[in-house]
Design a protein around this ligand. Structure first.
Ligand code: ZN
Length: 173
């Protein structure tokens, strides 16, 4: 076994999957498994959609900006690095039953994996709330500026009031 890793807490081999090994997954599955294990599928999809929309609107979108949706290193720096219960990420070469099934596995360590998944889901929720919040610049400001420069005459808005039926005085009698 090349580059075999050990738990930073109890020193068990990563292959023993001690209670501190939150996840061992192939690189291509890593982000998806993290989302699954934190039971955050819906909020994750919302976040990705909002993020993409915002980037496209601002003209800032590039394929690299969405790396975090599939690339474990980008996902780590976007979401995991600053979590309290994140204790590290490592790579381990693992062989499968067939040579072509071998590959690099991403190991995710945490003192309390369960808390890590809760924390990750909260992080998704927090970040989604920020994205979904209305922009700080008030749209009223834009509308007022537009109105000020155009000098469009107001439509005869008084008219509907004139044609509204007069109140019947009969109710008074
Ligand atoms: Zn351990």
């Amino acid at each position: 076994m090349i580059g075999q890793r050990h738990c930073p807490f109890c020193k068990a081999s990563a292959l023993h999957a001690c209670s501190h090994l939150a996840l061992a997954a192939e690189g291509r599955d890593f982000v998806r498994r993290c989302v699954e294990l934190s039971q955050a599928q819906p909020i994750w999809e919302t976040f990705c959609a909002l993020r993409q929309k915002q980037l496209r609107q601002s003209g800032d979108w590039t394929p690299e900006r969405e790396d975090f949706t599939w690339l474990e290193t980008a996902f780590r720096s976007e979401f995991l690095d600053h979590l309290r219960w994140f204790s590290g990420m490592e790579y381990e070469w693992r062989t499968g039953p067939k040579p072509e099934q071998g590959g690099f596995y991403v190991l995710l360590w945490s003192r309390e994996p369960k808390r890590l998944w809760w924390e990750l889901r909260e992080e998704f929720e927090r970040r989604t709330a920020i994205l979904a919040a209305p922009p700080t610049s008030s749209p009223r400001g834009i509308a007022a500026g537009e109105y000020g420069t155009r000098h469009v005459p107001l439509p005869a808005s008084a008219e509907p009031w004139l044609i509204s039926p007069p109140l019947s005085p009969s109710s008074r009698s």
